[in-house]
Ligand binder design. Structure first.
Ligand SMILES: [Zn+2]
Length: 107
């Protein structure tokens, strides 16, 4: 038995599911934060490339943030909700993934 494990991975999963359920039902603001427990999580989207969407959950009161990769356009995606800074971050990750995927070229 392990003692001193302060983070329960199961409760983390249920917190993530609760956030996902919020966005699926169209609640994009004032979502309860799993970390500081105030209703201060807002949803942001990014669209880093043609078929890539990401959903971000960001708390305005603590450092909590969560990022979800979407295989298709999220139901409540809107350009007003795209955060340029987060989109830049996701674009950068995609770019790095593509570089890692492609075999090194011999000159
Ligand atoms: Zn918080």
């Amino acid at each position: 038995m392990q003692a001193g494990n302060s983070r329960d991975p199961n409760s983390d999963v249920s917190a993530r599911l609760a956030l996902l359920r919020s966005v699926e039902s169209g609640v994009l603001d004032s979502i309860p934060c799993p970390q500081c427990h105030s209703n201060s999580v807002s949803v942001w989207f990014t669209h880093p490339s043609l078929n890539e969407y990401r959903t971000w959950f960001v708390c305005s009161r603590c450092a909590f943030q969560m990022r979800v990769q979407n295989s298709e356009r999220p139901a409540y995606f809107s350009a007003d909700r795209v955060d340029a800074r987060l989109e830049e971050y996701d674009s950068e990750i995609l770019r790095k993934c593509r570089l890692a995927d492609s075999p090194p070229q011999n000159k």
